[in-house]
Design a protein around this ligand. Sequence first.
Ligand code: GRG
Length: 288
Amino acid sequence: MKDLINLIDKKLDEYMQIAYPEDIFKAMKYTLMLPGKRLRPVMCIETARVLGCDIEKVLPSACALEMLHVQSLIHDDLPCMDNDDFRRGKPSNHKVFGEANAVLAGDALLTFAPQLIIEKSKDLTSEQIVRILHEYTKFAGAYGLIAGQVVDIESEGGKLVKSPEETLDFIHLNKTAVLFRLAVRIGAICANASDAQIKEFDDFATKFGLAFQIYDDIMDEISSFEELGKSIGKDKASGKLTYVSLYGMEVAKNKFNKLIQECYGIIDKYNSAILNEILNKLQKRISK
Ligand code: GRG
């Protein structure tokens, strides 16, 4: 997986050429090039690979996904949202570049990502590119990521339209699982996969995304700044609605383990060392 991450890092750097005005590109590249786990591009590429697609075809879309993810991190850290001073082990974007540039850097990443897909996906058909862009806009917007963030913010203010359980599921599915779903769906589209294969990977990513958010909730309580690279203990301190606060640590861990086992089951037949490595790493950390 290390080689794949190195390749993604190289491509992210190469695709985003600094131009005038340099300040905006510096702000965009700052959070983008900090060491993230690159889970979404890795999953996108690996899904495409196990379904028979050449890696070159999927690299622009995979990097675009990381840009979308980084946009969401930059905006999430802003004082008007989660107000976090650290990300990926370093001061958050707005702490370094100021709030206006951080907002604009996020906007620029959000719009550069589809530009990259269109300009660099030379080996995909126009039909594949349109399908990818359709998925990108649908999953990133108010029917996906933004919806998750809105309900998360509303729930922090105590505004719950649905039950706490339904609200939490909605937040986890839309804030977190949605980008993993987008990643595998785009990988599958690049591979010209069948609807049944897309559904299979979508199910995997939905379960993985839920498990990953539960993992994130658990880590907020048991991990350290050094390990996570961001402030910890914030959820508990702010009384945030999380899997741990709603169900308790033991139930959260059991639910996480169940979802990870289901993920293994879905992808078993693809013999993917990389997807198995991701599942193993998360599970090992939680059982420590
Ligand atoms: C799409 C316009 C638009 C807005 C986005 C701000 C926002 C709306 C959404 C926030 C979404 C968010 C920050 C969800 C948290 C998901 C999560 C667990 C992130 C951490 O992911 P990791 O651990 O991070 O993969 P690294 O740094 O390793 O990439």
